[in-house]
Ligand binder design. Structure first.
Ligand SMILES: [Zn+2]
Length: 218
């Protein structure tokens, strides 16, 4: 995809987050890697007004926050950029304040292996990145650490972030992470439940190995 296609895909992705109820209070932001640059949703634009030309560009190689475009990038650009820099396996990052992820982030409870779909995230649990003020380098460092070897994490008293090899996969993971949080929330309310073993998750992971392909299941 060229830059124009990627900008359109980002706008479409934002609309998909909205349609799934994942974009609590217009909090979501989306980024993709594009030839040494990061394309990211702009700051302070409602999704129904978002147009492809409003998507901001930021060089991945520079230490500062230099950007290009008619509107400044999302105030959350730092952890998007740092994840794309630290993780060559990720080409798209999605961040939202999805309701159930955010509730569990307030409890600062990792999500254990309550469902085999956990295997899609590269480990046996979803970690919680410690709290730091939005937009800061401290928050970014916490997120990069919580994402080590994983495709998703919660962010304490804030929300969640997922990353994937492409935007389609990252958007799919955003919905799956909110589903896990929703399931865990209700299981906790009913007293807990059973947690799958590491071997169960390793077995399930075999079906998630195809790069960029969504698993068949059900
Ligand atoms: Zn946020």
């Amino acid at each position: 995809m060229d830059h124009e296609d990627l900008r359109r895909a980002i706008v479409d992705g934002c609309h998909a987050l909205e349609a799934q109820g994942l974009n609590r209070g217009a909090s979501g932001n989306v980024s993709v890697r594009a030839c040494g640059e990061m394309l990211i949703t702009p700051s302070g634009v409602a999704y129904d007004r978002l147009a492809p030309e409003m998507v901001a560009g930021m060089p991945l190689s520079e230490p500062d926050g230099r950007w290009s475009g008619p509107m400044k990038p999302s105030s959350e650009w730092r952890f998007h950029r740092d994840l794309l820099r630290a993780r060559p396996d990720l080409n798209a990052v999605v961040h939202t304040h999805a309701p159930f992820c955010t509730i569990l982030s307030i409890l600062r409870r990792p999500i254990p292996a309550i469902h085999y779909m956990m295997a899609a995230f590269g480990g046996v649990d979803i970690r919680v990145a410690p709290y730091a003020t939005y937009g800061t380098a401290a928050l970014s460092a916490h997120v990069v650490a919580a994402m080590d070897g994983r495709n998703g994490c919660l962010m304490a008293n804030h929300g969640m972030v997922v990353g994937g090899p492409d935007l389609t996969r990252a958007l799919w993971l955003a919905g799956e992470l909110e589903a896990l949080a929703h399931q865990h929330y209700h299981a906790l309310a009913l007293g807990g439940g059973h947690i799958l073993s590491d071997a169960d998750i390793a077995d399930a992971a075999k079906g998630f190995a195809s790069y960029g392909v969504q698993p068949r299941h059900g």
